[in-house]
Design a protein around this ligand. Sequence first.
Ligand SMILES: CC(C)(COP(=O)(O)OP(=O)(O)OC[C@H]1O[C@@H](n2cnc3c(N)ncnc32)[C@H](O)[C@@H]1OP(=O)(O)O)[C@@H](O)C(=O)NCCC(=O)NCCS
Length: 136
Amino acid sequence: MSIRYTDSLDGITPDHLRGGFFEGWTRPLTPEQHLRTLKGCSGCLLAFDEAGGMVVGYITVLTDGVLSAFIPNIEVLPAFRGQGIGSELFRRMLDRLAAIPNLDLMCDDDVRPFYARFGMRPLGGMVFRRTDITLS
Ligand SMILES: CC(C)(COP(=O)(O)OP(=O)(O)OC[C@H]1O[C@@H](n2cnc3c(N)ncnc32)[C@H](O)[C@@H]1OP(=O)(O)O)[C@@H](O)C(=O)NCCC(=O)NCCS
């Protein structure tokens, strides 16, 4: 398996994102919407499977560049999990955010051990999940 990690979206089209991301989501994004989130965030990293010619993992970040950064999403396609790809994406993103003191993300309880390995700790928060809004 040859995975290339990149922060470039050059040449990435919705067809590269059709592997089945947003597994289990009530309203999974289309590959077109997914690509727009990658382009619209402050930065992203992709794990690109050279053999299959598709994106198999990604991580996004929103940041003010000074104090705070929020990681909206990290996901690895099911068939590619458990091979260190998620860890590599997260480690590379932490490196990029080394100068930012406050790093936040939301996650289900069962994923906490994944982040705890990097030294993150749980903290409360408040959210809206406005499912009445149709994604553009
Ligand atoms: C979480 C996720 C990105 C991890 O990606 P991955 O490529 O499978 O992770 P790795 O192979 O680097 O796993 C690293 C370690 O974390 C553990 N781990 C991975 N996913 C985990 C999970 N969901 N819960 C608990 N531990 C997890 C692995 O067991 C592994 O531990 P080990 O080295 O002791 O075996 C991936 O499981 C995923 O896409 N899940 C669905 C989407 C999701 O939940 N994203 C997080 C949203 S906040």
